[in-house]
Design a protein around this ligand. Structure first.
Ligand SMILES: O=C(O)CCC(=O)C(=O)O
Ligand SMILES: [Mn+2]
Length: 201
């Protein structure tokens, strides 16, 4: 299983960068990673509390760290799941493609088009002021939107099997992003977002 580097497409017109490399992983190796994770990753269903109501997150997730760091997001404290050779391999590929260092990864499983991730930015304190986030997509293609916080300008793209999106600079401060629900999508998608987490909270 290995990756191949490719020149990316810049999605953001200003205020940060979001570089999309569509054929970052070859189709066959992307499929191997997908199958292995779908079968063997210890998927967790988490609950979130919003406006006093507790509901299940509309996706399954796991958090992994090379240094056993815990991570807080959306009021959830995560303890890390196992760090595997597969994750070490993908981390290495993301580091060479982006020039950034990562020590952890959040993995999302969108079981079908009913699963989603609402508008947010990865601007938690633990990520530092201008974080670089490397995001690998495996399985079903899903729409991915970016919306500028002030101008409301919206960029819409498709994250396909084996693609890499690297968000950096001001992107997490100036823009929000989401994976909207989709009635068309009946197949699962796995997304891995590699991050550098500065300290445990
Ligand atoms: O699934 C995706 O492509 C986005 C995931 C994401 O934004 C996140 O994990 O913070
Ligand atoms: Mn995000």
């Amino acid at each position: 299983m290995q990756g191949k580097t490719q020149v990316g497409t810049e999605l953001l017109p200003f205020d940060g960068s979001a570089m999309l490399m569509t054929n970052f992983l070859g189709t066959n190796s992307a499929t191997c990673y997908f199958d292995e994770l779908l079968q063997n990753n210890p998927w967790e269903q988490r609950a979130i509390t919003m406006f006093g109501k507790t509901v299940d997150e509309p996706r399954l997730t796991t958090w992994h760290s090379t240094q056993n760091l815990t991570y807080a997001y959306s009021g959830l404290l995560r303890t890390p799941a196992v760090w595997t050779p597969l994750l070490a391999e993908l981390l290495e590929l993301c580091q060479s493609a982006s020039g950034a260092k990562f020590n952890s990864v959040l993995i999302n499983l969108y079981r079908d088009g009913n699963d989603s991730m609402g508008w947010h930015a990865d601007n938690e304190k633990a990520n530092g002021p201008e974080p670089t986030i490397a995001s690998i997509s495996l399985g079903a293609s899903r729409r991915f939107d970016l919306r500028h916080r002030e101008s409301k300008e919206t960029i819409r793209t498709e994250l396909t099997h084996g693609s890499l999106l690297v968000m950096s600079g001001k992107s997490q401060n100036a823009w929000l992003h989401q994976i909207p629900k989709s009635k068309r999508v009946t197949e699962p998608r796995i997304n891995l977002t590699f991050r550098w987490v500065h300290s445990a909270f």
